[in-house]
Design a protein around this ligand. Structure first.
Ligand SMILES: [Zn+2]
Length: 132
């Protein structure tokens, strides 16, 4: 993760997607936060256009996690209204999102309160893996 951030000089998931030739599209998705798709060699991250900006950031980071960690899973939908993981791959995508965004500088950062209360991250995990 630190290598990725250093290489592209940002932890902004939209910037990282661009640097990795992944197109991010905003569209109406009903109850879903987002998902990713592949067509030929093009990878798209779809984000629900009606989410607040902060949720678009975390959704983009989560989907980026799927694209990088689970390139062979298709159409991994983030279930509506919750970031609580329902499976191992959801957990891994969430961990990727947290690692990218937790305790960083600027607007592309989430606090420990957000991480634990909104995204279901156990406090001990944050201290252990991401805090130092
Ligand atoms: Zn997911």
């Amino acid at each position: 993760m630190e290598q990725l951030i250093k290489k592209y000089g940002t932890n902004d998931p939209f910037e990282l997607a661009k640097a990795l030739y992944i197109e991010v599209v905003f569209e109406p998705l009903g109850d879903s936060f987002g998902y990713f798709s592949r067509f030929n060699r093009t990878t798209l991250i779809h984000i629900n256009e009606s989410l607040p900006y902060k949720k678009q950031i975390t959704t983009c980071a989560h989907e980026l996690g799927h694209v990088i960690l689970h390139p062979d899973t298709n159409a991994a939908f983030l279930k509506s209204n919750t970031y609580y993981p329902t499976s191992k791959i959801e957990q891994e995508a969430n961990d990727f999102m947290l690692e990218l965004l937790f305790n960083r500088e600027g607007e592309h950062s989430i606090s420990i309160k957000e991480a634990t209360e909104e995204y279901g991250a156990p406090k001990q995990l944050l201290y252990k893996n991401f805090y130092n």
